[in-house]
Design a binder for this molecule. Structure first.
Ligand SMILES: [Zn+2]
Length: 206
């Protein structure tokens, strides 16, 4: 499979910084500076999403403190300038199936959080991540878990906005096929975070 070249200037600017510092610690501030729009000097709100995509979509091994204790929170490190393999070949949903999925979804993002649907519709402005919402098909079971994907079964698919596509991808480490517990807790609703917090306190006897 041909490697995709990172498109989009924010992603390219972040990658350029990381490539200039392979094996070195790069801070959140450095990444934000690199991601800034060269004209407006504004830090794009979605810089972290673009950074995540360099991992999930382009195969760059970018470590954070959830990968190694050598890194503190808000520190990152690109391990190698050569990207690794990108998660297995993607099965593409068929056009009629996608039309059915979209119709069932009411043309809105189906991500559920706190018992509530995201519900963002294509063309709307994402109030959290910024940018225009685009809905894309998501296979409910990650490829690393179930490689037998049926492109014609609307029950296997859902419609997600870009922010929730990235969030879901971050829940799975494509290199190990394991759940990324830290990312799940980070994205969880406050009540769930509280429950985890109480569990951890009792687990560590604090
Ligand atoms: Zn969404």
């Amino acid at each position: 499979m041909a490697k995709k070249k990172p498109a989009g200037s924010v992603r390219q600017r972040i990658l350029k910084l990381l490539l200039a510092n392979v094996g070195q610690v790069v801070t959140r501030e450095q990444i934000q500076q690199a991601a800034r729009d060269p004209k407006t000097k504004k830090v794009p709100e979605n810089w972290h999403q673009r950074l995540s995509e360099l991992r999930t979509d382009y195969g760059y091994n970018i470590q954070s403190n959830r990968d190694t204790q050598e890194l503190k929170v808000s520190e990152y490190r690109l391990v190698s300038a050569t990207p690794g393999p990108v998660a297995g070949k993607r099965v593409k949903i068929t056009a009629p199936t996608w039309a059915t999925v979209l119709e069932r979804a009411g043309e809105a993002c189906q991500w559920e959080e706190d018992g509530r649907r995201c519900g963002l519709k294509a063309g709307e402005t994402d109030p959290v991540g910024g940018g225009t919402v685009k809905l894309t098909p998501d296979h409910k079971t990650p490829h690393s878990v179930n490689p037998n994907i049926n492109a014609d079964d609307p029950d296997e698919w859902q419609a997600l906005c870009g922010r929730h596509q990235v969030m879901k991808k971050n829940f799975w480490d494509h290199r190990t096929g394991k759940l990324n517990v830290y990312a799940i807790v980070q994205a969880a609703a406050e009540a769930d975070k509280r429950a985890v917090y109480e569990f951890l306190k009792s687990y560590f006897g604090e």
